[in-house]
Write a protein that binds this ligand. Structure first.
Ligand code: C2O
Ligand code: CU
Length: 473
């Protein structure tokens, strides 16, 4: 059957009212069995060059590229392998990931695998050793995908400029044990970009207010497109795997008349699912959401990003429509399987507390940010040992919000009694609200080295809100 025909048929069904449900509960038509909600917002996919099913081997090249972002206009950007976002890299939990990276930029760069528990020398931070990849040079990243989940990659050198110019991409590690009935999967990379009236990259002034607030792009993108369409069959469940790759923008998601079932976050599935009405996703963070869109075929629903303020002294952002959910027919979903994941709560009794104050100051009109009052450039590292558990007490010392990110290790958020918050989530990026405190328990597994932590509002990181943690054997 032609797609058009099935749509017409679905519309005809819907006019029959109650009959729809009888039809929907019967055997699934072939069209529905392979329903693809994401055909209008497809990501480029990296080609796996290794026939071994347990090895993902891809080539990745960072270089200038001409990309059509606004319809009919080409924008000169920086991109991975000629696409914005960079190609989706897929592996399964336990697979070996091998990336032959080439730097086609005119500046040195690195690739950081945000959230992945990689060995220290694969983490793509330029501050130690030979990890900075010079123009024209390459680097081979090679590691095991230890945990299922949605991750992402981006440069860790000139991050503010290069992520802003288009260098970021998703990395999805599938869990072979995920039940197939979860829903039709779509990966959604949320970001924004700053374009001038000619569609060229706009360079924000480096003034005090821009740095303090962080720079939001004026064009909001989902998988590199402005307000794309996502298809849906009414009543048929979808699984949205979402990453926020923006430099500073927060997204508070809302699908009018619907709630989401959150089943996972940064480090894969969480202890048990949780219903959320308007989930917040801060820069660097990931969400794994189930949603059962319902609507009349032929109509659409807006997925909105609601206004948010990144600080009690900052104005709210404007409401943005991220995408339109287009109902092209009617479907149904099998009942949800049990989605518990056994996650061992970190025992934080007796753990050392490490104070991490996220500080902002100003000298002669220049914003200076730091950790405990000290900017990254003049900081001394924090220390930990392999096998040790620490409580990171992360505090926003100002009226600003900060998405705190730790490299290399997943943490669990603690409640006031210093017990992990349920459902337990494995996090690497977390919102610290204005003047708020988050206590995070982390156990350092056997991957010694110097690891970074920082605010993922890239203006803040650049202005000094970044530090190092040395994990010794
Ligand atoms: Cu997403 Cu230090 O980075
Ligand atoms: Cu910040």
């Amino acid at each position: 059957m032609q797609p058009g025909a099935s749509m017409a048929l679905a519309r005809a069904y819907s006019m029959l009212g109650g009959l729809v449900w009888l039809v929907a509960c019967g055997p699934q038509p072939a069209e529905e069995a392979r329903f693809d909600p994401g055909k209008h917002l497809r990501l480029a996919e990296a080609v796996d060059l290794d026939p071994d099913p347990h090895v993902t081997s891809v080539k990745l090249r960072a270089a200038p590229a001409s990309i059509e972002i606004l319809p009919g206009i080409t924008t000169e950007v920086l991109a991975y392998s000629n696409s914005l976002p960079g190609p989706l890299i897929r592996a399964k939990r336990g697979d070996r990931v091998h990336i032959e990276f080439e730097n086609g930029l005119s500046i040195p760069t690195t690739v950081h695998w945000h959230g992945m528990r990689v060995p220290n020398d694969m983490d793509g931070v330029p501050h130690h050793g030979p990890l900075l990849v010079q123009p024209g040079n390459g680097f081979i990243y090679d590691y095991i995908a230890l945990d299922a989940g949605l991750y992402w990659y981006h440069p860790h050198h000139y991050s503010l400029e290069t992520i802003g110019a288009g260098l970021y991409g998703p990395l999805l590690v599938d869990d072979p044990d995920d039940p197939p009935e979860l829903g039709d999967e779509v990966v959604l990379v949320l970001s924004d970009i700053s374009l001038d009236e000619n569609g060229a990259l706009y360079h924000h002034p480096n003034d005090r207010d821009t740095v303090a607030a962080g720079r939001d792009g004026n064009v909001v993108l989902v998988n590199g497109r402005e307000r794309p369409r996502l298809e849906a069959l009414s009543g048929r469940r979808q699984r949205w795997r979402i990453v926020n790759s923006a430099r500073s923008r927060y997204f508070r998601l809302s699908l009018p008349g619907h709630t989401f079932l959150q089943i996972g976050s940064d480090g894969g599935r969480m202890e048990y699912p949780m219903e959320v009405a308007e989930p917040l996703i801060v820069p660097g963070e990931r969400l794994d959401l189930l949603v059962e869109p319902r609507g009349e075929p032929g109509t659409a629903l807006e997925l909105r990003a609601l206004p948010v303020a990144r600080g009690s002294s900052l104005p709210q952002s404007e409401l943005v429509v991220l995408l339109d959910v287009d109902f092209v027919g009617v479907g149904s979903s099998p009942p949800l399987p049990d989605l518990k994941r056994s996650l061992v709560p970190i025992d934080a009794r007796g753990a050392a507390t490490v104070e991490i104050g996220l500080t902002m100051g100003e000298t002669n009109g220049v914003v200076e940010m730091g950790i405990n009052g000290i900017p990254y450039q003049s900081s001394t590292p924090l220390h930990a040992r392999v096998g040790e558990t620490q409580v990171l007490r992360v505090k926003s010392e100002s009226a600003f919000s900060h998405p705190f990110h730790l490299h290399g290790f997943a943490f669990q958020e603690l409640d006031a009694a210093r017990v992990p918050v349920h459902p337990i989530q494995l996090k690497d990026t977390i919102e610290v609200p204005p003047l708020g405190i988050k206590e995070l328990a982390v156990t350092y597994d056997d991957r010694p080295g110097t690891w970074m932590f920082h605010c993922h509002i890239l203006d803040h990181a650049e202005a000094g809100m970044m530090g190092e943690l040395v994990v010794s054997p």
